[in-house]
Structures are given as C-alpha cells and as structure tokens.
Design a protein around this ligand. Structure first.
Ligand SMILES: C[S@@+](CC[C@H](N)C(=O)[O-])C[C@H]1O[C@@H](n2cnc3c(N)ncnc32)[C@H](O)[C@@H]1O
Length: 198
C-alpha cells in the first residue's frame, strides 16, 4: 500500500489519536515564530493542520502534503492565516531555492521513505540564516531498538518509519547546524530539534 493511500484512509481518524498528545510539543516548537517579523514559512507535510492553530498570523505560510484528504482537513484550520495548500512530495519540493525563512518538519522526516532527501530539499528551499523546526521520533545513534526495527518493514509502508537516526540524516546536509535538540515525548523517542542554515 502506498503512503498516499494509507494517509487517505487515516485522515478521518488522525486528529483523534494525535491532537491532544502532541499539542504541547507543537506549541513549544512553533513558539519560536511568535515574535518574529513577517516571514515566509513552509509547513512541510502539513497533514490535517494540527500545527495551524499554533501559528502566529503575521507570516505567509505554504502547507505541503502528498495526500489530498489530509490537506482537505487542514484547510478549515487555516482561517485567519495567509496560507496556501500545495499537494506535492516533500522529497522533491516544488519551490525555488531559498524561498522560505522557516521550514517546519513536524512528523514528516520519519515518515517519508528518504528522510535525508527530505531534509536536503527542506534546506534547499530555506534561505541562509533560516530556521528549521523538527518534531519527530528518532532512534539514538547505536540504539538497538529491536522491536522498532522488527516492526519497521510493515510500519514504514502503512504510516511511518521507526528506524530513523536523526544524526545520520543530518550528516547528509552539512549546511545545517543544530541549535537545540531536546527530548519531547515518550521518554525522548520524540525530539524537538531546531536547526539553522549557515
Ligand atoms: C504523521 S503525518 C504528520 C502530519 C503533520 N505534520 C502533523 O504534525 O500532524 C505525515 C504526513 O506526511 C504526509 N506524507 C507522506 N509522505 C509524504 C511525502 N512524500 N511528501 C509530502 N507529504 C507526505 C502524509 O500524507 C501525512 O499527512
């Protein structure tokens, strides 16, 4: 099954499982944008738009997702925001180089088949000095994670990878530097990471 099909099937139930559990982490991550002067921000893999209620109104937003059913759920949440929905692939972004001042990567890097490609593309469309806000589940370097790795061949086809090591993905994009990296949920399996493009 393709990820587009599985997320089309998941779309009606997604918020019931994820909204409450992730609200605090989203607020913390996106708080970074609150005081900033107006800028262009990409919400990469915007999904049903659970980030949108936490976005301040002064910026211009593009929300990209592979799955029409997820974007359709996101659009009502964009009321009051300068927001355009774009259907596309996070690994081949349909934007010019240096189009954005900020890129939000919440629960997308560990979902796509090629996380390094997704991070490279996100860095390509980010301006120098721009910020990337990551919230996702990552293994630590060298972590055995026997059950997660055993489930991964099925899980990666249905919804998400369970075997992504952030440090390995980051190594593919030398232009990005880590500003902060802290545990968020589930004993640090989920992390909040802030990156800057040099
Ligand atoms: C776990 S959801 C996360 C949604 C949202 N970012 C959030 O934090 O709730 C993963 C999203 O990635 C989208 N997706 C999967 N593969 C993608 C790809 N190659 N390009 C863009 N979006 C993709 C799915 O349609 C889904 O909306």
């Amino acid at each position: 099954m393709s990820l587009r099909l599985s997320y089309t099937l998941i779309a009606p139930f997604y918020d019931a499982f994820l909204e409450a559990a992730t609200r605090g982490a989203r607020r913390q991550s996106l708080g970074r944008l609150a005081e900033a002067a107006p800028l262009d921000a990409l919400i990469n893999g915007v999904g049903t738009g659970l980030d949108l209620p936490h976005l301040p109104p002064q910026h211009r937003y593009a929300g990209l997702d592979l799955t029409r059913a997820m974007l359709d759920k996101a659009l009502p949440r964009a009321a009051g925001l300068d927001f355009r929905a774009v259907q596309g692939d996070a690994q081949r972004l349909p934007f010019a180089d240096a189009s954005f001042d900020a890129v939000v990567l919440h629960l997308i890097l560990a979902v796509v088949p090629e996380p390094a490609r997704c991070l490279q593309e996100s860095a390509r469309v980010l301006r120098r000095g721009g910020t990337m806000l990551v919230f996702d589940k990552f293994l630590k370097p060298g972590e055995r994670a026997v059950w997660k790795r055993a489930l991964n061949p099925l899980s990666r086809r249905l919804a998400t990878r369970l075997d992504v090591v952030f440090e390995e993905v980051l190594a593919a994009v030398p232009a990005l530097a880590v500003e902060s990296n802290e545990p968020a949920l589930a004993g640090g399996w989920f992390r909040l990471i802030r990156l800057k493009k040099g």
